[in-house]
Write a protein that binds this ligand. Sequence first.
Ligand SMILES: [Zn+2]
Length: 227
Amino acid sequence: MTELLFRDDPALDWCEARVVGVSSAGVVLDRTVFYPAGGGQPGDTGTLDAAIVHDTVRGEDGTVLHLCEGELPGIGETVTATLDWDRRFAHMRMHTALHLLSVAIPLPVSGGAIGAGKSRLDFDMPEAPEDRDAIERALNEMIAADHPVTEEWITDDDLAANPGLVKTMSVQPPKGQGRVRLVRIGDIDLQPCGGTHVASTAGIGPVRLGKIEKKGRQNRRVSLHFA
Ligand SMILES: [Zn+2]
């Protein structure tokens, strides 16, 4: 297992770590600040000493694989793992904003993707929203209200007993570890999530709604940008 330092402190932008595996698939460290792609959030980029990390993915058995180019470190070496922080921080802001989008549009979510400049959620939304300005206004009001973003944990059994907590039909929370992480935003949102978020909603900054596109009979894709 790789120790996931971003879980306890998503604001960490570097760490020292020991190399415990090197293969054509990537470099495995005993601990990392790099978020592996998942839940709609892209894998982090950055450096491990001289090696460039161009993507990060989940490996087997709870490991994190750093996909590298350049001079790879050797097993047993200690390296400095440094994030491309501007990109990751944009992901954290966007990720938190998408939680708020699911509050502003209280419909089931069927998919989503986070980018540093643009993100989207797909909703089970047969009819186009009547007042898109009201949605954008509601989003920016929730952001400006500076709600704290905190985490708590519940057991798999408690989650199974409260299926209403899961808004995203396409991304089931990771189960089988006995407990699931919930992300709470003030008193307005609570849902299972393993991603990285800003500490309070004002950290997102102003946003604007982009296109609302029809995707199939039932779905609409709502894009979000930084203002
Ligand atoms: Zn999240």
